[in-house]
Ligand binder design. Structure first.
Ligand code: SF4
Ligand code: SF4
Ligand code: FES
Length: 259
């Protein structure tokens, strides 16, 4: 086994402020960033706060920014870095710091709650649902999400604009709206819920300018922009420019009791 000493610069602090601190830590062959952070905790900084759980890229807990890029620390091999470079690890920038590398991601849980759940179809019992395989495959891709929130962190709509958080659900939850809107058995429309309208008016779909940064950082390789956000935008635009919807809106606007 070969080992070497790597230089790290890690953000330490809390909600009141902090700074980058330098450490030199031993690295072993085949290790990932999280292994080295654990060695740092064990040998030099026992109070370093870091969140992790599975060490297998499946729980979505160990999200941080490594050299400025949102990544899972347990899936980032040390071998991708030059041995001479200093590896900089900072907490997710879009969310408030709790301590060191741990951030408060509750923004995402609030946004999750704002998306109305699947509406079961009337008259079809559990076990009687039938779908085409192509429809199953489509939502299966979105279901791979491990809720690491790297896409939420990297999206410039909230990353640089705290003020947008109120109106914008972020790519992960717009993807959820898209998944439900594409679901052939979702009976939201029959129950009076127009998911395309709410995507625009309540979840901030219009803020997304399809830069694809969310797709680039997704550790599950979900094509968030191409397969969820763009189709949802197209469906929302179809609704807006649908002549029947337009006519319906005109008639409603003309009613005296709606004026
Ligand atoms: S594609 Fe849209 S949701 Fe994704 S990062 Fe860009 S603006 Fe944000
Ligand atoms: S869509 Fe990808 S990047 Fe976003 S939370 Fe899910 S797994 Fe993470
Ligand atoms: S520790 Fe679970 S995804 Fe990294």
């Amino acid at each position: 086994m070969t080992t070497y000493d790597a230089r790290f610069r890690i953000w330490r602090g809390d909600a009141d402020g902090g700074d980058l601190r330098d450490f030199t830590v031993e690295v072993h062959d085949g290790e990932v960033v999280l292994d080295v952070v654990h060695r740092l905790q064990a040998t030099q900084a026992p109070d370093l706060a870091v969140r992790w759980n599975c060490k297998a890229g499946k729980c979505g807990s160990c999200s941080a920014e490594v050299n400025g890029r949102p990544r899972l620390m347990c899936m980032t091999r040390m071998s991708v870095f030059d041995r001479a470079e200093t590896v900089v690890i900072t907490p997710l920038r879009a969310f408030p710091v709790v301590r060191d590398l741990v951030t408060d991601v509750s923004f995402n849980y609030r946004k999750a709650l704002e998306v109305p759940a699947f509406v079961p179809p009337q008259g079809v019992g559990p076990g009687e649902y039938r779908m085409q395989q192509v429809d199953v495959d489509r939502s299966q891709e979105f279901r791979k999400c491990i809720e690491c929130f790297l896409c939420q962190d990297t999206c410039h709509v909230v990353r640089d604009h705290e003020e947008n958080k109120e109106a914008f659900a972020g790519p992960r939850f717009l993807m959820r709206v898209a998944e439900l809107d594409m679901h052939p058995l979702d009976a939201a429309a029959a129950a009076g819920l127009d998911r395309r309208r709410t995507a625009q008016e309540e979840h901030g779909l219009g803020y997304c300018n399809i830069t694809k940064c969310c797709t680039e950082v997704c550790p599950e390789g979900i094509r968030i922009t191409d397969n969820a956000l763009i189709p949802l935008k197209e469906r929302a635009a179809d609704r807006k420019y649908d002549p029947l919807v337009w006519l319906g809106n005109r008639i409603l606007r003309r009613r005296p009791d709606t004026e």
